[in-house]
Design a protein around this ligand. Structure first.
Ligand SMILES: C[S@@+](CC[C@H](N)C(=O)[O-])C[C@H]1O[C@@H](n2cnc3c(N)ncnc32)[C@H](O)[C@@H]1O
Length: 281
């Protein structure tokens, strides 16, 4: 197992926390979210650590985004793409027959413009292969086109955690996971482990009001008040202030914290920024 993956599979208290406990000056800590790492064991042969696929951009549309949606509805899936060029691009994509069936079924559904294009899905699949990813998480599955492309690209031992709040969309997705023979690789919903939720004790210190501490306080409050998810905040070491939340949930409703954590995760695991940039995925 690579050192990076080992860190994901069994997160340990950061050395900085131990230093803090000994009264040594602590460098700025990083929030690390070892996604689903406790849910799956990882084979020792895997090369890559983790790939995160986030595509949650349907909630607030600007006028420009509205225009883009209109374009997509008319069949041009990307700005500046003419229909003939889009058709040409499409004819150069190797699309799995089940992906094609799914795309055709989704085309008749409300919100179909949200689906990634075959070319985009092919890119995601290639990123999974380049990364040698064993574990992926997708937040925002819709009817499953991108997640199916990712699941197909994952090795047999690979696992994808797929989060989607719309049950009807999930039903479509699950049907196609089955049809493509990858259902065993996909886990719908998941277990999210969030560390540093007490932020070295700063969340309880009324004198601390920096942005990171405030956002962790807000995150904790939101999780506590959201009765849709099961939570457990546990301490592995009182002295180290190393606390965890285990959040069982079908959907992820903590977008802000999620984005922040993904950026830190990218840093921790050297995942290219594009992987976690919400503007791209
Ligand atoms: C842009 S679509 C995803 C498209 C999908 N990747 C595909 O290739 O077809 C965004 C999806 O995110 C879902 N979503 C939005 N907010 C969510 C949340 N907080 N938790 C889970 N799913 C969410 C929406 O229901 C929607 O289906």
């Amino acid at each position: 197992m690579s050192p990076r993956l080992a860190a994901a599979a069994l997160p340990l208290p950061p050395p900085t926390a131990a230093a803090a406990a000994r009264g040594v000056a602590v460098p700025r800590p990083r929030t690390v979210l070892p996604w689903a790492s406790v849910a799956f064991s990882s084979p020792s042969s895997c090369r890559g650590a983790l790939a995160c696929l986030v595509r949650l951009r349907c909630s607030c549309h600007s006028a420009a985004a509205g225009a883009a949606v209109e374009e997509a509805r008319r069949g041009r899936k990307q700005l500046g793409m003419t229909p003939p060029l889009y058709d040409y691009l499409l004819s150069n994509v190797r699309e799995h027959p089940v992906l094609r069936e799914l795309r055709e079924e989704t085309a008749a559904m409300r919100g179909s413009q949200m689906q990634v294009s075959p070319a985009q899905a092919q890119l995601l699949a290639m990123l999974v292969q380049i990364q040698g990813a064993q574990r992926c998480i997708e937040v925002g599955v819709f009817t499953g086109y991108s997640s199916l492309a990712v699941a197909l690209a994952l090795p047999e031992s690979g696992r994808l955690v797929a989060c989607e709040r719309d049950e009807r969309c999930l039903e479509v997705a699950k049907k196609y996971y089955q049809r493509a023979g990858v259902a065993h690789k996909v886990r719908v919903g998941g277990l999210i482990v969030m560390d540093n939720v007490l932020w070295y004790g700063r969340v309880a210190d009324p004198l601390v009001d920096d942005q990171k501490t405030i956002s962790i306080r807000n995150f904790n409050k939101k999780v506590l008040e959201d009765m849709r998810v099961d939570i457990s905040m546990v301490s592995f070491s009182l002295q180290l202030y190393y606390f965890w939340y285990l959040v069982h949930c079908l959907c992820v409703h903590y977008l802000q914290a999620l984005r922040e954590s993904l950026k830190c995760l990218a840093y921790q695991y050297s995942i290219p920024a594009a992987f976690v940039n919400n503007d791209i995925f």
